[in-house]
Design a protein around this ligand. Structure first.
Ligand SMILES: C[S@@+](CC[C@H](N)C(=O)[O-])C[C@H]1O[C@@H](n2cnc3c(N)ncnc32)[C@H](O)[C@@H]1O
Length: 252
């Protein structure tokens, strides 16, 4: 799996690629990330990559020519027809299903915008897909690229030391698509708040049931839409349904 990232600021990726659990995937090439800077192929003494917008207005716009040059260079190195993805507030909001698809893909060429954005003619000619990370505006596409790469890397086999841990994470449709349960660690009492007694009981079955009910109640409180999806997918047992019913009745 190879991700080429087109960015004016490759140095932003340094610590990201070499820190934390995902580092294993990047350093072993399991998720092969290559950084390319359009400035390296821009012409002139100043290697200009942006210019003022036609029609006036504030800010600068990334020019199509250096972006196309670097893209063609990357495409000639790759053996595949990797999709060209632009990070943009216009795009589809990234979710778990998208990440799962990317995690099982050949990779992509990720384009990080800066300034006011990118000359539309480059987008029209080369971009296959636009991705947003939310309804807000960032200064550049680098953080969205890291968001995608991080989420993809942690789904690769062997990246998390305990293979269970991403299975039990929030949004996993193979499990139930629900939100994760609450977690506690030492000390047993902190600031006069004890850990739920069941977690200290050593009774595996009771702990599992408590965690299941936590997932259900947290999801029902914060994302009731996910409960409905789990129900439609047949991921709720009669015991789960009874628990949700009791919860709703207790609220009345
Ligand atoms: C300052 S933003 C440009 C914002 C643009 N003028 C607008 O209002 O939609 C510069 C770049 O950051 C990236 N970016 C900003 N917000 C984003 C978001 N929510 N999702 C994905 N990429 C984003 C895009 O690559 C964008 O071209």
């Amino acid at each position: 799996m190879r991700f080429d990232v087109i960015t004016l600021f490759p140095e932003l990726f340094g610590p990201f690629l070499t820190t934390g659990i995902t580092r294993r995937a990047f350093e072993a090439g399991q998720v092969d990330v290559r950084l390319s800077n359009p400035r390296d192929v821009a012409l002139g003494n100043y290697r200009r990559i942006d210019d003022r917008p036609f029609g006036g207005g504030p800010g600068m716009v990334m020019m199509a020519e250096p972006l196309e040059k670097i893209l063609v260079e990357i495409q000639s190195q790759r053996q595949d027809q990797a999709p060209v993805v632009l990070f943009s507030p216009i795009g589809k909001r990234l979710d778990h299903a998208d990440i799962d698809t990317w995690a099982h893909s050949q990779g992509a060429i990720l384009v990080c915008g800066r300034y006011e954005g990118i000359d539309q003619r480059f987008i029209d000619r080369h971009v296959d897909l636009q991705i947003s990370v939310g309804d807000f505006v960032l200064s550049g596409g680098e953080l969205p690229a890291m968001v995608l790469l991080d989420a993809v890397a942690r789904l690769q086999p062997g990246v998390l030391s305990d293979q269970e841990s991403h299975q039990l994470d929030s949004f996993n449709p193979e499990l139930d698509g629900l939100l994760d349960c609450a977690h506690y660690t030492r000390p047993e009492v902190w600031s006069e708040q004890p850990v739920p007694a069941v977690l200290l009981s050593g009774h595996h079955e009771h702990i599992e049931r408590w965690r299941r009910e936590q997932r259900l109640s947290i999801t029902a409180a914060h994302r009731p839409d996910l409960i409905e999806i789990a129900r439609q997918m047949g991921k709720l047992s009669p015991q789960d349904e009874q628990f949700l019913k009791n919860m709703a009745a207790a609220r009345l």
